[in-house]
Structures are given as structure tokens and as C-alpha cells.
Ligand binder design. Sequence first.
Ligand SMILES: Nc1ncnc2c1ncn2[C@@H]1O[C@H](COP(=O)(O)OP(=O)(O)O)[C@@H](O)[C@H]1O
Ligand SMILES: [Mg+2]
Length: 302
Amino acid sequence: MPMKDQANKLREMALNLCNQIEADLGKEIKHTRVIAISSGKGGVGKSTLALNLALKLCSMGKKVIVMDADLGMANIDIMLGLIPQHNLYHMIRDKKPIKDIIINGPGGLKIIPGGSGITDLANLDEYEIKRILVEMGKLDGDYNYMVVDTGAGISNNVLKFLLACDDVIILTTPEPTSLTDAYGVLKSVNRYGFSGNIYLVVNRVTNEAEGVLVAEKFKLVSEKFLARKISILGYILQDNHVEQGIRRQEAFSDLFPTSPASRNIDDIAERLLENDGARIKILPSPNSGIKGFLKKLTGFIR
Ligand SMILES: Nc1ncnc2c1ncn2[C@@H]1O[C@H](COP(=O)(O)OP(=O)(O)O)[C@@H](O)[C@H]1O
Ligand SMILES: [Mg+2]
């Protein structure tokens, strides 16, 4: 083959390779962003935030799936009056495909009911891990966000879930006990070198000033004593529309979209998207997204 032809051929090969890498990167960038909702104390509004934030993101054109991973009281389905036939337990033990587990919420929202399968997820053997990775990994890239509603506190199981996520939202109320416990979560997550974003939301505040003040104080303390940067996503007012929604088994932000707490959720969703949009396009690591989440979750156990 003449030299010139050979050079052309090599150039063509290099170009193909480049295109292929670009295509692969494009695929990778479609990783789902996995966000945990956490708190130190229970009953501070994690499930409420998980559901209503997820719904808001849906209404903003994002594809969102919620994983109900609160071991003690998984209840996103109850909040919506849904009765799931299957949960993660059936995927893990009865080898049900993931698509048979997922249920439809309002506004295009998808939900993975955890059930007792959540503990199983942390105790799989190698063969099962591979199967689950393949099964759940199918979801990666199909969604912009997976919101993981976790249990309260820093038990080993909860911590594993937090550390497996890409970002963590810490939720607290202005009560000193809730704040101290939220700080405990931050400390633990930080101690394990969590590299994602740590966000803060203050719930059940009596007015805007309280929301801003509590959040800024928390941020200052974490930066001063832990040298850990956190981003304030916002606050949610104490609002009895929230409880009305719970009683009617519908999301309050759907029922009362102009209520004060709904507007706060809107702000939180907008700030989250702003923050994600501003993130420099770093190469997505194989440890992010739903596959990364599962790898970390199952790997931590060993
Ligand atoms: N901003 C709010 N205003 C009024 N009530 C709230 C607010 N946020 C949460 N609640 C109430 O607090 C209770 C606990 O909320 P939930 O989301 O189940 O907490 P968690 O998931 O942290 O245990 C719910 O019954 C809800 O009605
Ligand atoms: Mg809950």
C-alpha cells in the first residue's frame, strides 16, 4: 500500500476512534444523578421533601425516579395512596425484573418501593450483586435524577446509602436537637471523604428570616470546624397544607401549588438545577450514577 494511502487509513482509524470515544462519553454523561435525602432526627420531613422535590423536578421537564429506602418506615407509596404489588425484595429474592417493581406516581414520577428488600440490598453475595447491577443498571441514564429517601441518623446502613449517592441533601428543622443530629450526619459523611455536593434544607421554619439565619449558621459552623463546603438549597415554611396533603394521600405541592411551602419547594428545585448546571463538565466517573450507587452500596459491605 502506498505511503499516502496508509496515512489516510490511519487518519481515518484515528477519527473513528475519536468519534467512538465522543459517543461513549456522550452516553456516560447521561448518568443519572443520585441524590440522597437525609437527616439526623426522624420525622423532620425527609419523605415530604423527597416526594415534592421529585415532583417539582418532573414538572420542570426532568425525568425522576424516587427510591424509597427508609428501612424503618418506607412510606412514599402511602403518601400517594398507592399499593405496590412488588418491591425490591421481589427483585432480589424472586428475580423479578426492575420494570415490574417500578410504580407510576403522578406527573410522570416513577417510584421504586423499597420494602424489606432495602436490607437485602446491603447483604448480597457476589453473583446476586452482579445480577442486581445489571438489572438496576438498566435504569442508568434513563432518568436525570434518582432521589433516595433514606432513614434518619447515622446507623451503618443509612451511612452506606448516603456515601453511595452522588449528592446528599441534609434536612433539619430549626430545633437544636434536629440541628445537632444533622451536624452529626455531616460529620460522618465528611469523615468518610464524601466527595459529592452536600446540600442543606431547613424545614418547618416560622418565617424567611429564621430559614436564612439557621441555614447560614449551619454553613458557617461546618466550614469553620469541618472545613467542609456546603450549599444552602433553601428552607420550607411551617405550613398546614403539608399535613392536609398527607391526610388526603396526595402531594401537597400538587394539591396546593401556590401554598407557601410549595413555593419554597419550587425555589429549592430551581437552586438544585442551577447548581447542577453550573457544575463544570468533569468526566463522569464509573462510580457515579445508579451503577456507581449500587457498586458503592454493595462494595461497602465487604
Ligand atoms: N413544612 C412543613 N409544615 C408542616 N408540616 C410538615 C412540614 N414538613 C413536614 N411536616 C409534617 O411532618 C411529618 C413528618 O414528615 P415526614 O416527611 O414523614 O418526615 P420523615 O420522612 O423525615 O420521617 C408529616 O406528617 C408532615 O405532615
Ligand atoms: Mg420518611
